[in-house]
Design a protein around this ligand. Sequence first.
Ligand SMILES: O=c1ccn([C@@H]2O[C@H](COP(=O)(O)O)[C@@H](O)[C@H]2O)c(=O)[nH]1
Length: 275
Amino acid sequence: MSFLDQLQAAQRQNRSLLCVGLDPEPSRFPEGMKGDPRRIYDFCAAIVEATADLVIAFKPQIAYFAAHRAEDQLERLMAHMRAVAPQVPVILDAKRGDIGSTAEQYAAEAFERYGADAVTLSPFMGFDSVSPYLRYPDKGAFLLCRTSNPGGDDLQSQRLADVPGQPLLYEHVAALAQGPWNLNGQLGLVVGATYPQEIRRVRELAPTVPLLIPGVGAQGGDAVATVRAGWRADAPIVVNSSRAICYASSAADFAAAARREAERTRDVLEAAKQG
Ligand SMILES: O=c1ccn([C@@H]2O[C@H](COP(=O)(O)O)[C@@H](O)[C@H]2O)c(=O)[nH]1
């Protein structure tokens, strides 16, 4: 099944546009786990089990594992997600970008070592840095386009004088992902929920690619404006919230609290589709 089909199936089955982000930070774990990087798997597995029927995707951010030498726990977690939530695609947030030969290794890491269904990539080094990922026909790749952070403007909103129509850089990335770079329909785009106008513009330029939209929850992005700007019945949006869900409670009930916050966010996103 293609990555796009997987997303659409999960969206239908769980009636959800919500992606739960897994950003495990041991200093924020509840008592009994707090400060212990060996409990990263346990913490994330509990969140996954509590939310698996509420999400369109999960998104582990690799830095939160690597920083604690917890790549082995990420491998176990990926296998666990596959076992308990086989219907939910997993997007490995790695933001890789390198020359082709190195990109081949990063692609093998994401898709063969970790078994991810999709990965996030920086498009900055050009198509030959993206194409190794496209050799895995059932996998997806989300290109950073208009990121959720204020500094995204520093480069992404610069005008490209030498490109016909003089688009902004993020507009050019959107057009490439919709058109010439999207050889087999595997590409998606990352656009921040903190910039709904830019989501709308990306949707004009890239009407059929899936959008990964981080920035609701801890970053304060507007969930309703996000859905209104980006959602289309035939092109999934994947709206990520990490800290607001993972750390909804710092007590022993953290997984139940994560479920409540995930359900609340899922319902807000679903209601916005009708508005
Ligand atoms: O533009 C981007 C791209 C990626 N991210 C990642 O998403 C989550 C957001 O976490 P929250 O706790 O919901 O703020 C995190 O893993 C980022 O690395 C992003 O925020 N913006």
